[in-house]
Design a binder for this molecule. Sequence first.
Ligand SMILES: [Zn+2]
Length: 451
Amino acid sequence: MDEYNYQEYPRVLYHGLFAPKGHPFQSAEETEGLDRQGWFDNLALLHKTKCCKADKYDWCLNKPIVYKDSDDKYYCLFHAPKGQKNVSLEAFNEIIIDEIQKIKISNDVNKLKQTCNFDGTIFEGDINFLKKGFSNIFPGINFSNATFNGETDFGSDNDFIIFTGEVFFSDTIFNGKVDFSGVEFSQNAYFFNSNFKDEVDFTLVSIKETVRFEGVDLSKIMFADTDLRKVDFINCTFRKRNGCEILYDESKLYEEENLFTARNWDKTAGFLEIVKEKYNSLRIYDHPDYPEYKQNINKVEKLYRQLKQKGKEEHNEPEVSKWYYKEKEMFRRSSHWRRFLPGITTLYRFSSGYGEEPARAGLMLLFLLVSISLLFGLAGLHSTQPPAIKIQGLKDFSKLLLSTLQYALFERNPDFMPDTLWGKYLKIIARILISLQTVLFALAVRNRFRR
Ligand SMILES: [Zn+2]
């Protein structure tokens, strides 16, 4: 039996020595003489054995066996538990990249579209798929059921992987941060029940067809600069804020704001005397320490707009309403003045929840009717027909309300008219405000029932 049967994996110890759990070998020297101490060494058996996951995943039959567990089950290099690969992390990662390159070259030479299979692979630790001297153009890859045990990088600020085939991440577990930034998916990518335990950078991802997230917790995934019109979210869990579903990108803004406020608090506590003159320049919007803050709000606004547009394309009105509201919220926040002063956007939100909250619009209408009626009581009214009645004060509320309604409905001959000049102005203002609010209310009701 030829000891060097697995020429493809020169770094793996394949001479049939299985380390018991907790004793992975990192080099051939470590295994010298161990067989004489009663360690398992049976090449013939080794070459007859197959990985206990081979039947399930159906791709690792000719891969080197590196580990035997206490139930006498054998594991190939890819399916062996973390720490039991009998190779170093670097060597394991190189083998992974070699596997991908082998498929890529075979595809290029033979004009094939083979997918590289890592179904069920247990990764050893941090892995960066961008490796100097290797192509960043990858074939389709199946990472389903795989477990990534560390930081996983498919992209970075200046380089990224281009997947030329379909990519699968079904039931994949990511135990560390994942960087997809800038990655290009030339064909579909599938994230079914993928489990992201830490932050995921899915920004600036270029999607030629569709990326599908199904049953995924999105609460730690950043999407800025990725076109969400090309992303499907099915049964996904969003982060929540004030009862609204939001993207992680938005909650990153609040993190930044909180940090800013905390810092300013430090400053103001330390330099009380300069607070007054400094206060105006202490806005996060134009603070030099947060140059990208405003830009980031605009990016989140764009993401919500894309989600809204996708909802429109699919005639999914609840989605349209939900994301339209968030889009408007980001627009309002993107300027200091718009956010804190009663501009049009703030009024629009206050009066009807951007035309999406009929209950709020209805309550506002009621509030306007009551408060304006009370103001007419202060202004004073007199009857237009005999008997002559004067209303002053708030005791005749029903007549005040009737008058407000009559003015608002442009009744030709109202029962009462204002006495004073400011009462007459109030009558005009009442007409404008109540008409506007009625329109907003009707709009909000229509938006609620169009679905
Ligand atoms: Zn296997």
